[in-house]
Each structure stands twice: as structure tokens, then as C-alpha cells.
Design a protein around this ligand. Structure first.
Ligand SMILES: [Zn+2]
Length: 420
């Protein structure tokens, strides 16, 4: 006899065809027939779906009937808000119509999705130089405030249509790859800083509290972001040099520094406290942004108290390729060389390293278990499996072929333990 679920594990599903030749959003339902799923449901774990890229699902004729009564969330395209922001600046009506057309479609679904998740937009920034300067802040702070308020407008417009908007944690340290180097570029095991909305818990809490949206916590993105702003893990090397950063030195002494080091005339409006209050970190042109009061994962999860979370099994963004692990395929190495061609020195930095994100989930992962406990104690209800399956010629050449299925069952097992 099934009990009312206390938590729900969500499967990601897009409109593209999976291995069986059927669309993922149909194919992934096969997981429900597995005895491990049935067993988990018997002890209080529900199952749901996250629809990825709704524009394509709309073309396919997807409706909630396909998942017969399961709860679901919708994940808009990763670049949708960045694109929408650009489209508004450039009067590109087609892109704007496409975005709002998809939102309109969502308002007609019955039942409605629990929430509609969006990645915060990035600020268009000057070309990045791929040396140590790639982590520096490159945009006027006023632009960041304006972009944050623009998110507020979008949140309110989506809410006015009867949907629940959610902004997701994104990493401020983006992999070198497609957004900057073109659609065909490969994802290189190397990051750079990108100013965008949703990179710090404070940024998201500001949007939630001022404009009324939900927060989706992607545990991997959150961890990468905190590492970056705290200058830990992949970014521990920064703290040495950065202790000499003028802003970090002056922090606490000067009250209204602007990005260019001069005080703004509107007293207090754009001062460092205003920035820290609104986005959680301090920044000045030409230096990496940093967290004046470092935050750990538990505090961050607690602060955001998200009901929907994305779960992956990665330990860091960039990791060492270990002996016995799959070596990078030649085609992928060529792709990396192409992206880094203008920066011969940087190629060396990627040797022996691989992209670590979206790794498989293991029930034995104590760190993840601890984070899930904190999430459950702070309103966590639905948990999406966010892992990447094997893509032989690109950055996930090392992944398990059945990473999604494997991780789904591992997460079910983990909750089985957490709930009993
Ligand atoms: Zn996402």
C-alpha cells in the first residue's frame, strides 16, 4: 500500500529522441516500471518529471496527460533569459515572441507545472582573455543592478500569467565553451568568470523577497559558485594573490566605492554594501569578485529553503583524469585545441584534466547525503536527477552510458535511507 510521498525524485526529460528512438519525455517513463521505483514509491518517495526545453515539447504535442498525474516542473532553455534580454535591447521581436509564446503555451497546460525554472541572464561582457585575468570582473556594477531588476520584471510578468517562476542557481564560473566561442565549440575543462544573475544565494534571495519567485537550487552550481566566491577548491589559488586586491584590502574601510574606484554621486546607492546586500559578493573592475563573508553549503541551502533542487554527483568543476579512467578521445582534444588556439599557453592547463560537472550520483556519497539532509530539513520536496550520460566525442566522454538511470535509482536508494 503506497503512502503519501514525503519527497519526489524527478527525471529530466526533453523532446529529443532517446536510445530507443522515442522522445525522452516518453521513454523515461519506462523507469516507473522498474521494481526499484515501485519499492521506493511504497516507502514514501514519489516520482515526477522535469520537462526540459518546453518549446520543443510543444512542437511534439506534449501534454501532462503523457505523465498521467505525475507532478512536473518545466525547465526553460538555459540561454532563454540571456537571449530575451538581448532581444529586448536589439528590438528582436521574433525572439521575444518565441519566449512569450512558450510561456503562453505553458499557461494552457492542465494541470499547470509546479514551477517554471529559468537560468539567470549573463551580462554581455568584453571578450575574455584566457589567462589568469579570465576571472576578473568586467562590467559596470550599475548594469548588474539593472539586470537584476529586469529579472524582477520578467518574474512578475510570468506570475501575472498564473505560473510560478523560479530562478535557478547558476555557477559564476562558466566553462570555456559554446556561449562565448560559438555553437560548435566544445566544453573545455577550464572556467572563466561570467557576471550573471543567480550566481550567489543572496542574489536569488533578493529576487525571491523583492519580486516573489521561487528559487531552484542546483546543488552542483551552488557548490561551484561558493567555491569561486569563497576562493576555495578549484579557486583556492586565488586567495594568495587576491589578498592584495585593492577592494579586498579596503573592504570594511571605505563605504561607497564604485566599480571604477570613485564614489558614486548618489550616496550609498551603488556602494559596496548595496552590492553585497543585493548579490552577496563584492566586485571591482579588473579583479575577481569575492565573498566578503564566505558562506558554506549548509548555510546557503538553509537560506534559500528551496522546495525544488537539482542533484548531481560532482565534486568539482574541473578534476584530474585518474589512472584507469577513460582518456579524452582525439576528436574532443582537437576541439579543445581549436578553442584554445589563440592561447597556446593555456592548452597546458587543460592537460590531464576533465570537466567534472553532472557526474553520476552514488548512494554512498556522504557529502551529498549531508546536503540532502539539510535540504529536507529546509523545505526540500522535489529533487531532480541532474547527471549527464555518455557523449563519446565531447566533454562527457567519461560518463556512464546509463548515468541517468543509474543515478535515478541511486537517489531513490539514498532517500530510502534518509526517510527511514
Ligand atoms: Zn538548470
Amino acid at each position: 500500500m503506497a503512502t503519501e510521498p514525503k519527497v519526489w525524485v524527478f527525471m529530466p526529460a526533453g523532446a529529443q529522441n532517446g536510445p530507443s528512438g522515442r522522445p525522452q519525455c516518453e521513454e523515461r517513463l519506462d523507469l516507473l516500471k522498474d521494481r526499484r521505483t515501485k519499492k521506493a514509491m511504497d516507502i514514501g518517495t514519489g516520482v515526477g518529471e522535469e520537462l526540459k526545453g518546453p518549446a520543443n515539447a510543444q512542437k511534439l504535442g506534449w501534454t501532462p496527460d503523457w505523465i498521467s498525474g505525475m507532478p512536473y516542473t518545466v525547465h526553460m532553455g538555459n540561454e532563454d533569459l540571456s537571449e530575451l534580454f538581448r532581444a529586448e535591447q536589439e528590438n528582436d521581436n521574433d525572439t521575444q515572441d518565441r519566449f512569450w509564446g512558450t510561456i503562453e503555451w505553458l499557461t494552457r497546460l492542465q494541470p499547470l507545472p509546479l514551477s517554471v525554472g529559468l537560468h539567470g541572464a549573463r551580462l554581455a561582457s568584453p571578450v575574455v582573455v584566457l589567462d589568469d585575468r579570465r576571472y576578473n570582473w568586467r562590467v559596470p556594477l550599475a548594469d548588474l543592478f539593472a539586470l537584476q531588476d529586469w529579472h524582477g520584471e520578467i518574474i512578475q510578468k510570468i506570475r501575472a500569467r498564473g505560473l510560478v517562476p523560479a530562478i535557478e542557481t547558476v555557477a559564476p564560473s562558466q566553462f570555456v565553451g559554446p556561449p562565448l566561442y560559438g555553437e560548435d565549440a566544445v566544453w573545455v575543462p577550464m572556467t572563466y568568470h561570467e557576471a550573471r544573475i543567480g550566481a550567489h544565494p543572496v542574489d536569488l534571495c533578493y529576487l525571491r523577497d523583492v519580486y516573489d519567485c521561487e528559487i531552484w537550487v542546483d546543488l552542483e552550481h551552488l557548490f561551484f559558485g561558493l567555491n569561486f566566491f569563497n576562493q576555495e577548491a578549484n579557486y583556492a589559488w586565488m586567495s594568495e594573490g587576491l589578498s592584495k586586491s585593492p577592494l579586498q584590502c579596503r573592504y570594511g574601510e571605505v563605504s561607497n566605492l564604485a566599480a571604477d574606484g570613485k564614489p558614486y554621486s548618489i550616496a550609498g546607492l551603488f556602494d559596496k554594501d548595496e552590492l553585497v546586500r543585493r548579490v552577496g559578493y563584492a566586485a571591482e573592475l579588473g579583479w575577481p569578485p569575492f565573498s566578503p563573508s564566505p558562506m558554506d553549503m549548509s548555510r546557503a541551502i538553509e537560506m534559500m529553503s528551496a522546495s525544488h533542487l537539482h542533484v548531481g554527483g560532482s565534486l568539482a568543476e574541473v578534476v584530474d583524469i585518474l589512472p584507469g579512467e577513460q582518456p579524452p578521445p582525439a576528436e574532443y582534444l582537437e576541439g579543445i585545441e581549436k578553442v584554445l588556439a589563440p592561447y597556446p599557453g593555456m592548452l597546458e592547463e587543460t592537460r590531464g584534466k576533465r570537466v567534472g560537472s553532472h557526474g553520476s550520483i552514488y548512494r554512498t556519497d556522504k557529502k551529498l547525503e549531508g546536503r540532502l539532509r539539510v535540504a529536507l530539513a529546509n523545505g526540500g520536496k522535489t529533487f531532480l536527477v541532474e547527471t549527464s550520460g555518455l557523449t563519446p566525442k565531447d566533454c562527457w566522454y567519461w560518463a556512464k552510458e546509463d548515468a541517468l538511470e543509474f543515478s535515478f535509482f541511486e537517489l531513490l536508494a539514498m532517500f530510502g535511507k534518509l526517510l527511514t
